[in-house]
Design a protein around this ligand. Structure first.
Ligand code: 16G
Length: 169
């Protein structure tokens, strides 16, 4: 993937610097995003539970220290509100020449902002970032209904080769 590939996939034309409207900003997550509704946004994806600002800050700092977490958000700067997000997590490997593997996680766009290509924008942004960091592959888990969306962005089902298995605690 390169920026031209991204541009071709985003129609009407939007890029990272110009995500369609000048009041949408794509950037890394910050601690203040706790107050900009980041967790409320995530609750549109799954259970968040009670996470205080201090819990959030502790986890945020652990992610920074650990390295390999690239939480990317879209802010509507008119309302100081986080309205989209996707996370790239990179995993260090011995295989593939001491390589790097990327995982796409926690992709969500506020349901009142659908149809603006923001999902595509954040997914393509972190997909490119994974490549830039040297990942040899990027993977994700998703619901059946989202398979066509991810396929349209270059992700493939590797039948028989990468079944997603789960053990829930
Ligand atoms: C989806 C998400 C995953 C998220 C999970 C939460 C993508 C591509 N996949 O699988 O990142 O962690 O949902 O569901 O965004 P859970 O609460 O059942 O783990």
């Amino acid at each position: 993937l390169d920026w031209n590939a991204v541009k071709n996939k985003l129609s009407p034309f939007i890029t990272n610097e110009n995500p369609g409207e000048d009041y949408f900003l794509v950037r890394p997550l910050m601690i203040d995003d706790y107050d900009k509704g980041y967790l409320q946004l995530l609750s549109q994806l799954t259970v968040v539970g009670n996470v205080s600002k201090s819990d959030f800050e502790t986890q945020f700092r652990k992610m920074k220290e650990t390295g390999g977490y690239f939480v990317t958000v879209v802010e509507d700067i008119r309302h100081n509100k986080i309205i989209g997000s996707a996370t790239l997590i990179t995993e260090l490997k011995f295989i593939h020449q001491s390589g790097l593997r990327g995982r796409l996680e926690d992709v969500v766009v506020n349901n009142t902002y659908r149809g603006k290509q923001l999902g595509k924008l954040v997914v393509l942004t972190v997909t490119l970032l994974a490549k830039k960091l040297g990942s040899y592959k990027m993977s994700l888990d998703c619901k059946d209904q989202l398979i066509p969306f991810y396929q349209s962005l270059g992700y493939n089902l590797e039948q028989g080769n990468s079944n997603s298995m789960m053990l829930r605690y």
